[in-house]
Design a protein around this ligand. Sequence first.
Ligand code: FCB
Length: 464
Amino acid sequence: MTPGSTLPTFPEQFYWGVATAAYQIEGSPDADGKGKSIWDTYAHIPGKMKNGDTGDVAIDHYRRYKDDVIVMRNMGVKAYRFSISWPRIFPNGIGEPNPKGVDFYSRLVDELLKAGIEPFATLYHWDLPQALQDKGGWQSRDTAQAFADYASLIAERLGDRVKHFVTLNELQNFVDMGHRGTTLQVQGKEVRIKLAPGLQLSPGQVNQVAHHAVLAHGLAVQAMRAKRPSGLQIGPADALFTGVPVVDTPENVRAAEIATRTYNERFLDVMLTGRYSDAYLQAAGPAAPKFTDADLRAIGSPLDFVGVNIYIPKSYVEASDDAKGFREVPTSLSHPKMGSPWHSFSPEVLYWGPRLLNSLWKPKAIYITESGCAADDAVTPDGRVLDTDRVMYLRAVMSNLHRAISEGVPVKGNFVWSAFDNLEWTGGYGTRFGLVHVDFKTQKRTPKLSAAWFREASRRNAIV
Ligand code: FCB
Protein backbone atom coordinates (compact mmCIF):
# COMPACT_ATOMS: atom_id res chain seq x y z
CA MET A 1 0.00 0.00 0.00
CA THR A 2 1.36 3.46 -0.84
CA PRO A 3 1.74 5.69 2.18
CA GLY A 4 -1.20 8.04 2.37
CA SER A 5 -3.45 5.92 0.16
CA THR A 6 -5.82 5.18 3.02
CA LEU A 7 -6.57 8.79 3.83
CA PRO A 8 -10.28 9.44 4.29
CA THR A 9 -11.36 11.04 1.01
CA PHE A 10 -14.44 13.05 0.12
CA PRO A 11 -16.87 12.57 -2.77
CA GLU A 12 -15.79 14.12 -6.06
CA GLN A 13 -17.21 17.65 -6.43
CA PHE A 14 -17.00 18.19 -2.68
CA TYR A 15 -16.58 21.92 -2.13
CA TRP A 16 -13.62 22.89 0.02
CA GLY A 17 -14.85 26.35 0.80
CA VAL A 18 -14.20 29.41 2.93
CA ALA A 19 -16.66 32.07 4.08
CA THR A 20 -16.80 35.78 4.94
CA ALA A 21 -19.46 38.46 5.37
CA ALA A 22 -19.63 42.00 4.01
CA TYR A 23 -19.57 44.07 7.20
CA GLN A 24 -16.78 41.98 8.67
CA ILE A 25 -14.35 42.50 5.78
CA GLU A 26 -15.30 45.22 3.30
CA GLY A 27 -14.75 48.59 4.95
CA SER A 28 -15.53 51.60 2.68
CA PRO A 29 -18.87 52.22 4.38
CA ASP A 30 -19.72 55.27 2.28
CA ALA A 31 -18.09 54.35 -1.02
CA ASP A 32 -19.90 54.60 -4.33
CA GLY A 33 -23.25 55.59 -2.93
CA LYS A 34 -23.63 52.92 -0.24
CA GLY A 35 -26.32 53.59 2.36
CA LYS A 36 -25.85 53.03 6.09
CA SER A 37 -26.55 49.64 7.61
CA ILE A 38 -27.63 48.91 11.18
CA TRP A 39 -24.05 47.81 11.88
CA ASP A 40 -22.64 51.14 10.71
CA THR A 41 -24.91 52.69 13.31
CA TYR A 42 -24.51 50.16 16.11
CA ALA A 43 -20.71 49.93 15.99
CA HIS A 44 -20.48 53.67 16.57
CA ILE A 45 -22.55 53.64 19.75
CA PRO A 46 -20.00 53.99 22.58
CA GLY A 47 -19.60 50.83 24.65
CA LYS A 48 -21.17 48.37 22.22
CA MET A 49 -18.00 47.06 20.57
CA LYS A 50 -14.93 45.60 22.24
CA ASN A 51 -12.15 48.21 22.24
CA GLY A 52 -14.41 50.53 20.23
CA ASP A 53 -13.65 48.58 17.04
CA THR A 54 -15.82 49.24 13.99
CA GLY A 55 -16.09 47.91 10.44
CA ASP A 56 -15.16 51.29 8.92
CA VAL A 57 -11.94 49.90 7.50
CA ALA A 58 -12.17 46.19 8.41
CA ILE A 59 -9.75 44.38 6.09
CA ASP A 60 -10.32 46.87 3.30
CA HIS A 61 -11.60 44.09 1.08
CA TYR A 62 -13.79 46.47 -0.94
CA ARG A 63 -10.60 47.91 -2.41
CA ARG A 64 -8.40 44.82 -2.21
CA TYR A 65 -10.81 42.18 -3.49
CA LYS A 66 -8.68 41.26 -6.52
CA ASP A 67 -5.65 40.46 -4.39
CA ASP A 68 -7.84 38.60 -1.91
CA VAL A 69 -9.19 36.37 -4.65
CA ILE A 70 -5.62 35.49 -5.62
CA VAL A 71 -4.78 34.66 -2.00
CA MET A 72 -7.78 32.30 -1.92
CA ARG A 73 -6.90 30.71 -5.23
CA ASN A 74 -3.38 30.02 -4.00
CA MET A 75 -4.88 28.39 -0.93
CA GLY A 76 -6.76 25.81 -2.98
CA VAL A 77 -10.20 27.29 -2.27
CA LYS A 78 -12.86 25.66 -4.47
CA ALA A 79 -15.83 27.72 -3.32
CA TYR A 80 -16.17 31.09 -1.65
CA ARG A 81 -19.19 32.15 0.34
CA PHE A 82 -19.38 35.94 0.61
CA SER A 83 -22.26 38.22 1.45
CA ILE A 84 -23.76 41.08 -0.47
CA SER A 85 -24.34 44.27 1.46
CA TRP A 86 -27.99 45.15 0.92
CA PRO A 87 -27.40 48.91 1.48
CA ARG A 88 -24.75 48.92 -1.26
CA ILE A 89 -27.44 47.71 -3.66
CA PHE A 90 -30.38 49.67 -2.24
CA PRO A 91 -29.01 52.54 -0.12
CA ASN A 92 -32.52 53.10 1.25
CA GLY A 93 -33.49 49.45 1.36
CA ILE A 94 -36.04 49.91 -1.42
CA GLY A 95 -36.45 52.04 -4.55
CA GLU A 96 -33.82 52.49 -7.22
CA PRO A 97 -30.83 50.16 -7.19
CA ASN A 98 -27.36 51.68 -6.99
CA PRO A 99 -25.49 50.56 -10.14
CA LYS A 100 -22.05 51.02 -8.56
CA GLY A 101 -22.99 48.72 -5.70
CA VAL A 102 -24.16 46.01 -8.08
CA ASP A 103 -21.02 46.50 -10.13
CA PHE A 104 -18.73 45.74 -7.19
CA TYR A 105 -20.22 42.27 -6.68
CA SER A 106 -20.34 41.67 -10.41
CA ARG A 107 -16.59 42.35 -10.64
CA LEU A 108 -15.93 40.17 -7.61
CA VAL A 109 -17.85 37.30 -9.19
CA ASP A 110 -15.89 37.66 -12.43
CA GLU A 111 -12.60 37.51 -10.52
CA LEU A 112 -13.73 34.40 -8.66
CA LEU A 113 -14.78 32.60 -11.81
CA LYS A 114 -11.49 33.54 -13.48
CA ALA A 115 -9.69 31.97 -10.49
CA GLY A 116 -11.77 28.78 -10.74
CA ILE A 117 -13.61 29.48 -7.48
CA GLU A 118 -17.35 28.79 -7.27
CA PRO A 119 -19.21 31.79 -5.84
CA PHE A 120 -21.85 31.23 -3.13
CA ALA A 121 -23.58 34.56 -2.53
CA THR A 122 -25.39 35.27 0.74
CA LEU A 123 -28.03 37.96 0.45
CA TYR A 124 -28.29 38.88 4.10
CA HIS A 125 -25.54 38.60 6.65
CA TRP A 126 -27.05 40.95 9.24
CA ASP A 127 -26.40 44.38 7.67
CA LEU A 128 -29.96 45.63 7.28
CA PRO A 129 -30.24 49.04 5.61
CA GLN A 130 -30.61 51.59 8.41
CA ALA A 131 -33.39 53.23 6.39
CA LEU A 132 -35.48 50.08 6.87
CA GLN A 133 -34.63 49.87 10.56
CA ASP A 134 -35.96 53.41 10.87
CA LYS A 135 -39.29 52.09 9.56
CA GLY A 136 -39.45 49.21 12.05
CA GLY A 137 -36.78 46.85 10.69
CA TRP A 138 -37.64 43.17 11.10
CA GLN A 139 -40.60 44.10 13.27
CA SER A 140 -42.26 45.28 10.08
CA ARG A 141 -43.69 42.82 7.60
CA ASP A 142 -42.71 45.20 4.80
CA THR A 143 -39.06 44.33 5.41
CA ALA A 144 -39.75 40.78 4.23
CA GLN A 145 -41.20 42.07 0.97
CA ALA A 146 -38.34 44.56 0.52
CA PHE A 147 -35.91 41.66 0.94
CA ALA A 148 -37.70 39.66 -1.76
CA ASP A 149 -37.47 42.62 -4.16
CA TYR A 150 -33.76 42.94 -3.46
CA ALA A 151 -33.28 39.17 -3.95
CA SER A 152 -35.08 39.36 -7.26
CA LEU A 153 -32.76 42.11 -8.51
CA ILE A 154 -29.68 40.12 -7.49
CA ALA A 155 -30.99 37.02 -9.26
CA GLU A 156 -31.44 39.12 -12.37
CA ARG A 157 -28.02 40.81 -12.27
CA LEU A 158 -25.80 38.02 -10.94
CA GLY A 159 -27.81 34.86 -11.59
CA ASP A 160 -26.17 34.39 -15.00
CA ARG A 161 -22.88 33.64 -13.21
CA VAL A 162 -23.71 32.84 -9.59
CA LYS A 163 -25.47 29.50 -9.27
CA HIS A 164 -25.64 29.17 -5.48
CA PHE A 165 -27.56 31.69 -3.43
CA VAL A 166 -27.95 31.71 0.33
CA THR A 167 -30.95 33.74 1.49
CA LEU A 168 -30.31 34.74 5.11
CA ASN A 169 -27.49 33.96 7.51
CA GLU A 170 -28.22 32.54 10.97
CA LEU A 171 -31.80 33.69 11.30
CA GLN A 172 -31.99 32.32 14.81
CA ASN A 173 -29.02 34.40 15.97
CA PHE A 174 -29.78 37.75 14.40
CA VAL A 175 -33.40 37.49 15.49
CA ASP A 176 -32.70 36.64 19.12
CA MET A 177 -29.35 38.33 19.72
CA GLY A 178 -30.41 41.44 17.83
CA HIS A 179 -33.87 41.81 19.35
CA ARG A 180 -33.48 40.66 22.94
CA GLY A 181 -29.88 39.41 23.50
CA THR A 182 -28.93 35.82 24.25
CA THR A 183 -27.21 34.35 27.28
CA LEU A 184 -25.10 31.24 26.70
CA GLN A 185 -23.58 28.97 29.32
CA VAL A 186 -20.03 28.27 28.23
CA GLN A 187 -17.39 26.54 30.29
CA GLY A 188 -19.30 27.27 33.47
CA LYS A 189 -19.60 30.98 32.67
CA GLU A 190 -22.47 33.06 31.36
CA VAL A 191 -21.76 34.78 28.07
CA ARG A 192 -24.20 37.46 26.97
CA ILE A 193 -24.26 38.22 23.24
CA LYS A 194 -26.00 41.13 21.57
CA LEU A 195 -26.07 42.10 17.93
CA ALA A 196 -27.38 45.13 16.04
CA PRO A 197 -29.91 46.69 16.29
CA GLY A 198 -29.57 45.86 19.99
CA LEU A 199 -33.27 45.94 20.92
CA GLN A 200 -34.97 44.51 23.98
CA LEU A 201 -38.36 43.28 22.79
CA SER A 202 -41.04 41.13 24.41
CA PRO A 203 -41.29 37.39 23.58
CA GLY A 204 -44.31 38.02 21.33
CA GLN A 205 -42.50 40.76 19.44
CA VAL A 206 -39.42 38.58 19.02
CA ASN A 207 -41.55 35.72 17.65
CA GLN A 208 -43.07 38.14 15.16
CA VAL A 209 -39.57 39.25 14.11
CA ALA A 210 -38.69 35.56 13.68
CA HIS A 211 -41.75 35.09 11.50
CA HIS A 212 -40.80 38.03 9.30
CA ALA A 213 -37.31 36.58 8.90
CA VAL A 214 -38.55 33.18 7.68
CA LEU A 215 -41.13 34.96 5.56
CA ALA A 216 -38.35 37.04 3.97
CA HIS A 217 -36.55 33.80 3.17
CA GLY A 218 -39.65 32.26 1.60
CA LEU A 219 -40.65 35.31 -0.42
CA ALA A 220 -37.09 35.65 -1.67
CA VAL A 221 -37.02 32.04 -2.84
CA GLN A 222 -40.26 32.63 -4.74
CA ALA A 223 -39.05 35.92 -6.23
CA MET A 224 -35.73 34.48 -7.38
CA ARG A 225 -37.40 31.45 -8.97
CA ALA A 226 -39.83 33.76 -10.76
CA LYS A 227 -36.89 35.76 -12.13
CA ARG A 228 -34.85 32.69 -13.08
CA PRO A 229 -37.04 29.59 -13.27
CA SER A 230 -34.11 27.23 -13.65
CA GLY A 231 -30.45 26.99 -12.89
CA LEU A 232 -30.30 28.50 -9.40
CA GLN A 233 -29.55 26.54 -6.25
CA ILE A 234 -31.17 28.30 -3.31
CA GLY A 235 -31.15 27.66 0.44
CA PRO A 236 -30.76 29.39 3.80
CA ALA A 237 -27.73 29.30 6.13
CA ASP A 238 -29.19 28.93 9.58
CA ALA A 239 -27.37 28.18 12.79
CA LEU A 240 -28.27 24.55 13.47
CA PHE A 241 -28.97 24.37 17.20
CA THR A 242 -28.02 20.77 17.86
CA GLY A 243 -28.74 18.45 20.76
CA VAL A 244 -25.86 15.97 20.84
CA PRO A 245 -26.54 12.62 22.52
CA VAL A 246 -24.20 12.50 25.47
CA VAL A 247 -23.77 8.75 24.96
CA ASP A 248 -24.72 7.14 21.65
CA THR A 249 -27.67 4.90 22.59
CA PRO A 250 -30.89 4.60 20.54
CA GLU A 251 -32.88 6.31 23.33
CA ASN A 252 -30.47 9.21 23.57
CA VAL A 253 -30.37 9.62 19.79
CA ARG A 254 -34.17 9.85 19.79
CA ALA A 255 -33.95 12.46 22.56
CA ALA A 256 -31.36 14.37 20.50
CA GLU A 257 -33.77 14.41 17.53
CA ILE A 258 -36.57 15.79 19.67
CA ALA A 259 -34.24 18.39 21.17
CA THR A 260 -32.90 19.44 17.78
CA ARG A 261 -36.37 19.83 16.31
CA THR A 262 -37.46 21.84 19.35
CA TYR A 263 -34.43 24.14 19.28
CA ASN A 264 -35.08 24.98 15.63
CA GLU A 265 -38.87 25.12 15.65
CA ARG A 266 -39.18 28.81 14.74
CA PHE A 267 -36.65 28.60 11.91
CA LEU A 268 -35.42 25.47 10.11
CA ASP A 269 -38.43 23.42 11.14
CA VAL A 270 -40.97 25.80 9.63
CA MET A 271 -38.79 26.47 6.55
CA LEU A 272 -38.45 22.74 5.90
CA THR A 273 -41.99 21.62 6.75
CA GLY A 274 -44.09 24.70 5.89
CA ARG A 275 -45.79 24.67 9.29
CA TYR A 276 -45.21 25.74 12.85
CA SER A 277 -45.28 22.74 15.15
CA ASP A 278 -48.23 22.43 17.53
CA ALA A 279 -45.75 22.17 20.38
CA TYR A 280 -44.33 25.59 19.50
CA LEU A 281 -47.66 27.32 19.02
CA GLN A 282 -49.04 25.89 22.26
CA ALA A 283 -45.98 26.75 24.29
CA ALA A 284 -45.87 30.27 22.86
CA GLY A 285 -49.58 30.84 23.64
CA PRO A 286 -50.39 34.54 23.32
CA ALA A 287 -46.79 35.21 22.25
CA ALA A 288 -47.24 33.11 19.07
CA PRO A 289 -46.65 35.04 15.84
CA LYS A 290 -49.44 36.17 13.55
CA PHE A 291 -49.30 34.52 10.14
CA THR A 292 -51.42 33.41 7.20
CA ASP A 293 -51.61 30.18 5.18
CA ALA A 294 -50.04 31.99 2.24
CA ASP A 295 -47.11 32.92 4.50
CA LEU A 296 -46.58 29.27 5.36
CA ARG A 297 -46.69 28.24 1.71
CA ALA A 298 -43.99 30.78 0.90
CA ILE A 299 -41.89 29.88 3.93
CA GLY A 300 -42.04 26.19 3.02
CA SER A 301 -40.92 26.76 -0.61
CA PRO A 302 -38.94 23.75 -1.87
CA LEU A 303 -35.19 24.25 -1.49
CA ASP A 304 -32.20 22.94 -3.40
CA PHE A 305 -30.06 22.68 -0.30
CA VAL A 306 -29.98 23.49 3.36
CA GLY A 307 -26.99 25.43 4.63
CA VAL A 308 -26.14 25.19 8.30
CA ASN A 309 -23.51 26.95 10.37
CA ILE A 310 -22.21 24.63 13.05
CA TYR A 311 -19.71 25.55 15.76
CA ILE A 312 -20.93 24.14 19.07
CA PRO A 313 -23.75 21.95 20.35
CA LYS A 314 -26.70 23.78 21.82
CA SER A 315 -26.49 21.11 24.52
CA TYR A 316 -25.68 17.50 25.29
CA VAL A 317 -28.84 15.52 25.91
CA GLU A 318 -30.10 12.20 27.20
CA ALA A 319 -33.47 10.45 27.12
CA SER A 320 -36.16 11.37 29.61
CA ASP A 321 -39.70 10.16 30.22
CA ASP A 322 -41.31 13.54 30.65
CA ALA A 323 -43.45 15.31 28.05
CA LYS A 324 -40.46 17.22 26.72
CA GLY A 325 -38.75 14.01 25.64
CA PHE A 326 -35.16 14.98 26.40
CA ARG A 327 -33.03 16.19 29.28
CA GLU A 328 -30.07 18.54 28.93
CA VAL A 329 -26.89 17.30 30.56
CA PRO A 330 -24.87 20.10 32.13
CA THR A 331 -21.26 20.06 31.00
CA SER A 332 -18.14 21.80 32.10
CA LEU A 333 -16.48 21.68 28.71
CA SER A 334 -13.19 23.33 28.48
CA HIS A 335 -10.37 23.56 26.05
CA PRO A 336 -7.63 26.05 26.71
CA LYS A 337 -7.19 27.23 23.15
CA MET A 338 -10.69 28.10 21.93
CA GLY A 339 -10.23 31.82 21.33
CA SER A 340 -13.86 32.92 21.31
CA PRO A 341 -15.85 33.30 24.54
CA TRP A 342 -18.76 31.16 23.35
CA HIS A 343 -16.73 28.40 21.68
CA SER A 344 -16.13 24.98 23.22
CA PHE A 345 -14.09 22.14 21.76
CA SER A 346 -16.83 19.78 20.60
CA PRO A 347 -16.17 18.84 16.96
CA GLU A 348 -18.51 15.82 17.18
CA VAL A 349 -21.34 18.29 16.60
CA LEU A 350 -20.18 18.27 12.96
CA TYR A 351 -21.24 14.61 12.83
CA TRP A 352 -24.44 14.82 14.87
CA GLY A 353 -25.67 18.08 13.35
CA PRO A 354 -25.79 16.86 9.74
CA ARG A 355 -26.99 13.40 10.78
CA LEU A 356 -29.93 14.77 12.78
CA LEU A 357 -30.71 17.38 10.14
CA ASN A 358 -30.92 14.56 7.63
CA SER A 359 -33.08 12.26 9.71
CA LEU A 360 -35.45 15.03 10.78
CA TRP A 361 -35.99 16.90 7.51
CA LYS A 362 -34.40 14.90 4.67
CA PRO A 363 -32.99 17.80 2.65
CA LYS A 364 -31.77 17.18 -0.91
CA ALA A 365 -28.31 18.47 -0.08
CA ILE A 366 -26.53 19.95 2.91
CA TYR A 367 -23.74 22.52 3.01
CA ILE A 368 -21.88 23.38 6.14
CA THR A 369 -21.97 27.09 5.36
CA GLU A 370 -19.73 27.86 8.35
CA SER A 371 -17.52 25.98 10.77
CA GLY A 372 -14.26 27.07 12.33
CA CYS A 373 -12.55 28.39 15.41
CA ALA A 374 -10.67 31.35 16.75
CA ALA A 375 -7.20 30.60 18.08
CA ASP A 376 -4.19 32.31 19.57
CA ASP A 377 -2.46 33.29 16.36
CA ALA A 378 0.85 34.80 17.36
CA VAL A 379 3.21 35.88 14.59
CA THR A 380 6.69 34.37 14.96
CA PRO A 381 9.78 36.59 14.65
CA ASP A 382 10.26 35.32 11.10
CA GLY A 383 6.70 36.30 10.19
CA ARG A 384 4.86 32.99 10.25
CA VAL A 385 1.61 32.07 12.00
CA LEU A 386 1.82 28.50 13.26
CA ASP A 387 -1.78 27.85 14.29
CA THR A 388 -1.50 24.16 15.09
CA ASP A 389 -4.63 24.43 17.26
CA ARG A 390 -6.68 25.38 14.22
CA VAL A 391 -5.15 22.62 12.11
CA MET A 392 -6.15 20.07 14.73
CA TYR A 393 -9.58 21.57 15.00
CA LEU A 394 -10.15 21.47 11.23
CA ARG A 395 -9.00 17.88 11.07
CA ALA A 396 -11.42 16.94 13.83
CA VAL A 397 -14.25 18.79 12.09
CA MET A 398 -13.54 17.12 8.74
CA SER A 399 -13.31 13.65 10.33
CA ASN A 400 -16.74 14.08 11.83
CA LEU A 401 -18.18 15.32 8.56
CA HIS A 402 -16.53 12.42 6.79
CA ARG A 403 -18.23 10.02 9.15
CA ALA A 404 -21.63 11.58 8.40
CA ILE A 405 -21.01 11.40 4.64
CA SER A 406 -19.90 7.75 4.91
CA GLU A 407 -23.24 7.00 6.52
CA GLY A 408 -25.09 8.53 3.57
CA VAL A 409 -25.73 12.07 4.80
CA PRO A 410 -25.64 14.30 1.69
CA VAL A 411 -23.07 16.91 2.80
CA LYS A 412 -21.76 18.53 -0.39
CA GLY A 413 -19.26 21.00 0.98
CA ASN A 414 -17.80 22.77 3.98
CA PHE A 415 -17.02 26.48 4.30
CA VAL A 416 -14.39 27.34 6.87
CA TRP A 417 -15.11 30.47 8.83
CA SER A 418 -13.16 32.38 7.84
CA ALA A 419 -10.96 33.01 4.84
CA PHE A 420 -9.35 36.01 6.58
CA ASP A 421 -9.14 37.37 10.12
CA ASN A 422 -11.84 39.99 10.37
CA LEU A 423 -14.19 41.98 12.61
CA GLU A 424 -15.83 39.46 14.92
CA TRP A 425 -18.93 41.64 15.43
CA THR A 426 -19.05 43.07 18.97
CA GLY A 427 -16.02 40.92 19.83
CA GLY A 428 -13.87 43.20 17.66
CA TYR A 429 -10.63 42.39 15.86
CA GLY A 430 -9.01 40.49 18.72
CA THR A 431 -10.88 37.28 17.92
CA ARG A 432 -9.15 35.79 14.90
CA PHE A 433 -10.98 33.11 12.91
CA GLY A 434 -9.04 33.32 9.62
CA LEU A 435 -6.96 30.85 7.67
CA VAL A 436 -5.13 33.97 6.56
CA HIS A 437 -3.70 36.30 9.17
CA VAL A 438 -4.36 39.99 8.66
CA ASP A 439 -2.24 42.72 10.20
CA PHE A 440 -4.97 45.27 10.78
CA LYS A 441 -2.50 48.17 10.79
CA THR A 442 -0.74 47.41 7.50
CA GLN A 443 -3.43 45.16 5.91
CA LYS A 444 -0.72 42.61 5.18
CA ARG A 445 -2.15 39.15 4.51
CA THR A 446 -0.16 36.12 5.74
CA PRO A 447 -1.54 32.64 5.12
CA LYS A 448 -1.32 30.65 8.37
CA LEU A 449 -0.22 27.07 8.77
CA SER A 450 -3.92 26.16 8.59
CA ALA A 451 -4.04 27.66 5.08
CA ALA A 452 -1.26 25.30 4.03
CA TRP A 453 -3.19 22.42 5.59
CA PHE A 454 -6.34 23.51 3.77
CA ARG A 455 -4.53 23.66 0.43
CA GLU A 456 -3.17 20.16 0.78
CA ALA A 457 -6.49 18.74 1.98
CA SER A 458 -8.34 20.43 -0.88
CA ARG A 459 -5.78 19.25 -3.44
CA ARG A 460 -6.02 15.65 -2.30
CA ASN A 461 -9.73 15.91 -1.43
CA ALA A 462 -8.88 14.17 1.80
CA ILE A 463 -8.17 14.68 5.49
CA VAL A 464 -4.40 15.06 5.59
C1 FCB B 1 -21.24 33.19 13.07
C2 FCB B 1 -21.45 34.33 12.11
C3 FCB B 1 -20.19 34.76 11.41
C4 FCB B 1 -18.99 34.74 12.34
C5 FCB B 1 -18.89 33.44 13.09
C6 FCB B 1 -17.70 33.33 14.01
O1 FCB B 1 -22.27 33.16 14.01
O2 FCB B 1 -22.38 33.95 11.13
O3 FCB B 1 -20.41 36.01 10.83
O4 FCB B 1 -18.97 35.85 13.15
O5 FCB B 1 -20.06 33.24 13.84
